[in-house]
Design a protein around this ligand. Structure first.
Ligand code: GAR
Length: 206
């Protein structure tokens, strides 16, 4: 069986990267290799997780052309934006449409962009969560594959919400990667398919 080659983009802590690597090690995600970790930040803490696993690390320095070339040359089949905080040029997104997924800390389409935990608290929402979606040219858009929901309590603050959302991210991102690698989910045109059926709403992990 040929393995699905992946590239993971990070900017900071890289706890999602670490979690993906443990899910590959445990065998939950099978036949997948992380070939490269790409960072826009030379000091990103997450780089250490890549190095511990002997994964090549690239500092992107806005050179998306180089990364695009590498994706084609190396046969990268999945690009995972796992805490990547830079806006990626539209031509890059267009060129690799269908093979880029992003994890975002909100129940999309609510709260695209930054400061999602604060927005949830400011609006007095009862629920919050995270989404994994096929990434398109528009920021935090594209069909949502799966969402994980968390309850917001009266005593929650930004830090506690960040922690709860991370916990749910550690479940939904590996699941989305597993489904993609097993051809269970795919994107065609503007639509997302699950087991060959077009879906108009995400799968929700409660
Ligand atoms: C995650 O919560 C991810 O959803 C978010 O950054 C965090 C990265 O954590 N991504 C975005 O906000 C992108 N718009 P990590 O570095 O520990 O994986």
């Amino acid at each position: 069986m040929t393995k699905l080659k992946c590239m993971v983009f990070i900017s900071g802590n890289g706890s999602n990267l670490k979690n993906i690597l443990s899910n590959i090690e445990s065998g939950f995600i099978k036949d997948v290799t992380i070939e490269y970790v790409v960072s826009d930040n030379k000091n990103a803490n997450g780089i250490k997780h890549a190095k511990e696993h002997g994964i090549k690390v690239l500092y992107i320095d806005n050179n998306y052309k180089l990364i695009s070339g590498l994706i084609k040359e190396m046969g990268i089949g999945l690009v995972i934006l796992a805490g990547y905080m830079k806006i990626i040029p539209k031509d890059f997104m267009k060129m690799h449409d269908g093979i880029i997924i992003n994890i975002h800390p909100s129940l999309l389409p609510k709260y695209k962009g930054l400061d999602t935990h604060k927005k949830v608290l400011d609006n007095g929402d009862n629920h919050h969560g995270a989404s994994v979606h096929f990434a398109t040219e528009e920021l935090d858009s594209g069909p949502v594959i799966i969402q994980g929901v968390v309850k917001v309590n009266n005593n929650d603050d930004i830090s506690s919400l960040r922690g709860k959302v991370h916990e749910v991210e550690y479940k939904i991102l590996p699941l989305a990667i597993k489904w993609f690698s097993e051809n269970i989910v795919s994107k065609h045109g503007d639509n997302y398919y699950y087991q060959g059926e077009k879906r108009t709403s995400p799968i929700i992990l409660l």
